[in-house]
Design a protein around this ligand. Structure first.
Ligand code: PCA
Length: 306
């Protein structure tokens, strides 16, 4: 059988577990296909920048790619439901949400010629600051790093100045004073050495957003059947491995932050209730945008959790 090479642009650094999981997937596919399918990962926006990865896979410029799924929210609200603050904030909730929303997500992407291979969550999003923060009011005027339309909206509702910064650019953004504060997960904070720029990490447990890895359907169908089977099998394994890895990072990365001198605390009840209220507002807005299909998914989610 002819050998095939796929390019896989991804947005995050090599030190991130999400990227390591992609490398492992590529290696496992190569092995299981007896060297027929060779996937080359191009991490950290090195081949194609995060906002352009989806289009590049869709148009066949590359065959496979990874993105932060809620970035697709402006296109369809179904893609951003996992990043509404305090809606599905634990792994159990995130899993339930994925189960009820997976068919819609897969279908919507397949209509665009993209086959979903796996979806892996980041650990829950924590909040990083230079000074102790007990309420939203104390953030007034601060510049908060955001990573998509949805977090920009969150920033607006919090009364901060939202500034879009890619994960790989966090250190420069802090050191040049473009941002003062951010939401992200423990592993991304470790990768960007958050202790160099912030002192306090609040374990907000606010949301557990997912990355999605998808392949151009034409490229996929061009593979021999036996290799297609390998890709799907290894994708299922990568998803399971990614979820376990994410939970391990959720436990371990806060320790790493503390070891490097950061002060770790739960958020204050006031700050939490203020953020929760913002989350409720965002969910209400989401339901208006998503209509009856959205309502169905949310109802299925709540009944799954019962
Ligand atoms: N890390 C990425 C996405 C979410 C996360 O935990 C980031 O901060 O951009």
């Amino acid at each position: 059988i002819a050998q095939t090479k796929w390019d896989m642009p991804t947005p995050y650094a090599d030190t991130e577990f999400q990227t390591k999981n992609n490398y492992q997937f590529a290696e496992d596919v190569k092995k299981a296909s007896n060297g027929v399918l060779n996937i080359q990962v191009h991490s950290a926006n090195s081949l194609i920048k995060n906002p352009e990865i989806k289009r590049a896979v869709q148009t066949g410029q590359v065959q496979i790619g990874e993105i932060f799924k809620p970035n697709l929210g402006p296109e369809d609200p179904m893609f951003e439901l996992d990043a509404i603050p305090f809606f599905a904030a634990s792994y159990k909730e995130a899993q339930a949400l994925l189960e009820v929303s997976r068919p819609a997500i897969q279908e919507k992407l397949m209509k665009q010629g993209l086959r979903v291979l796996y979806m892996v969550p980041w650990p829950s999003q924590a909040f990083f600051t230079k000074k102790p923060i007990n309420s939203v009011a104390e953030l007034k005027g601060l510049k908060m790093r955001t990573y998509n339309a949805q977090t920009a909206r969150l920033g607006q509702l919090m009364g901060v100045v939202p500034t879009t910064v890619q994960a790989t650019e966090i250190p420069q953004a802090f050191s040049s004073g473009i941002i003062d504060t951010m939401f992200t997960s423990g592993p991304t904070a470790v990768t960007s050495k958050a202790w160099d720029y912030t002192k306090f990490v609040y374990d907000t447990q606010a949301w557990v957003p997912k990355n999605v890895v998808f392949v151009n359907e034409k490229s996929f169908q061009a593979l021999p059947e036996s290799v297609r089977k390998v890709v799907l099998e290894q994708a299922a394994i990568a998803e399971k491995r990614g979820w376990d890895w994410s939970q391990a990072e959720n436990d371990n990365s806060p320790k790493e932050l503390v070891k490097n001198g950061m002060s770790l605390a739960p958020i204050s009840p006031v700050f939490k209730s203020e953020l929760k209220k913002i989350g409720d507002q965002m969910l209400e807005d989401w339901l208006k945008k998503a209509g009856p299909d959205g309502k169905k998914v949310i109802d299925a989610y709540y009944s799954k959790l019962k």
